[in-house]
Write a protein that binds this ligand. Structure first.
Ligand code: NAP
Length: 352
């Protein structure tokens, strides 16, 4: 960190409720303390903690408020909700909690981030430009879709990308799982707790998944495979009733009745605004350390943009909390540093 920081820490006057969304730009500082990119569970958790630390965070939502949980019918595994809660309601509750403590929420989409800072610069689809001494990136990941007719229309009505979230609703039903990787097999095994039969449809005749998962899947009598096959259509009036399967070797197509389709053909981290600017792994996920720090000091990350393994609301909120606590420390250290810089000339004069 250089000694030339133009630090203007903008501490809020208190934790008075700030219930309205949208930015009163006149009231915003030239340089924000912290901007949070994304409005999934990691983003809201980061906003709640930085707001309660009087850092007056600005959260830029992205295109869909709530991230992946906003498209989840029912969340039954988030601690504290014994009767379950819908994804949108959980997201709204998290937002209300963040705003109650002074977070400002901007409905906008980040298009570019300049990581040369602090201060860092964030540009948005609405043509806004913000600067901040710290960033928490929580832009998440999106499940890769099949991209076939019927898929989007039947999301939440039999088409799912999350067995942990939706498997429970398929008790004694027959399911199709698409994909041949670790996720496909792991989630198929999970689904056998509920479903009467799980048919894994894979585009090749060899699995990508590791041998341990393959052995477990092979030993499970509820799991069957259809090889060299892709799904070309999902059909059903109000819920999934069948998929169209196409054998990629013969070109032959057939209808395959099913109650649900779980798609596990990989995730895509939402890294467009920061691609090539921060260290990432070979799949495009941000690399962070235990303190949620990215490769650039002052830029932190939490949730699925840096976690391809756990992908749970509870783990993402925990990571958001950790990132917020580290931001608080980072900004306090910046302030101490700037204070010492200001004192040095005076000390020099006094000792001259
Ligand atoms: P993945 O390893 O990339 O596997 C994706 C699967 O989907 C592959 O079998 C692929 O086929 C197939 N696929 C991709 N695009 C397709 C399309 N358009 N149509 C049909 N099939 C398509 O993804 P993942 O399973 O989500 O795993 C991601 C990472 O997390 C991996 O590194 C994995 O090891 C790790 N992970 C580990 C565990 C564990 O250790 N228990 C659990 C979950 C995930 P091809 O095989 O033909 O390419």
């Amino acid at each position: 960190m250089t000694g030339k920081l133009n630090l203007n820490l903008n501490l809020g006057a208190g934790v008075e409720p700030m219930l309205e969304s949208g930015i009163d730009s006149a009231a915003r500082p030239d340089v924000e303390n912290v901007i949070i990119l994304g409005s999934g569970p990691a983003g809201w958790a980061g906003a709640i903690y930085t707001a309660r630390a009087n850092l007056r965070p600005l959260l830029i939502t992205g295109n869909e408020i709530g991230g992946q949980i906003a498209t989840t019918t029912e969340v039954e595994n988030y601690p504290g909700f014994p009767d379950g809660v819908t994804g949108p309601e959980l997201s709204e509750r998290m937002q209300a909690q963040a705003e109650r403590f002074g977070a400002t929420v901007e409905l906008d989409f980040v298009t570019a981030v300049d990581v040369n800072g602090p201060p860092f610069t964030v540009e948005t689809a609405n043509g806004k430009r913000y600067r901040a001494n710290a960033l928490i990136i929580t832009t998440g990941a999106s499940p890769r879709k099949l991209g076939v007719p019927g898929e989007d229309r039947l999301i939440g009505r039999g088409v799912s990308y999350c067995a942990t979230c939706d498997g429970f609703f398929f008790r004694n039903r027959q399911l199709v799982v698409v994909g041949g990787g670790d996720s496909s097999l792991q989630e198929s095994l999970f689904l056998t707790k509920f479903a009467s039969k799980v048919t894994i449809v894979h585009r090749r005749d060899q699995l990508r998944a590791g041998p341990a998962l393959q052995r477990r899947a092979d030993a499970n009598p509820k799991i069957e495979y259809i090889w060299n096959t892709v799904v070309t259509n999902v059909s059903g009036e109000n819920k999934v009733e069948a998929v169209t399967l196409k054998n990629v070797q013969t070109g032959e197509e057939r209808q395959f009745p099913t109650d649900g389709v779980f798609v596990y053909i990989g995730h895509l981290p939402n890294n467009a605004p920061i691609a090539g600017k921060l260290a990432m792994d070979e799949h495009g996920y941000l690399i962070t350390d235990k303190l949620m720090r990215t490769s650039v000091p002052g830029i932190f990350a939490a949730g699925e943009i840096q976690d391809s393994r756990f992908r749970q609301v509870a783990t993402s909120t925990g990571q958001g909390v950790a990132a917020a606590m580290e931001v608080e420390k980072y900004l306090a250290e910046m302030e101490d540093h700037a204070y010492l810089q200001r004192q040095e000339p005076a000390l020099d004069r006094a000792t001259a």
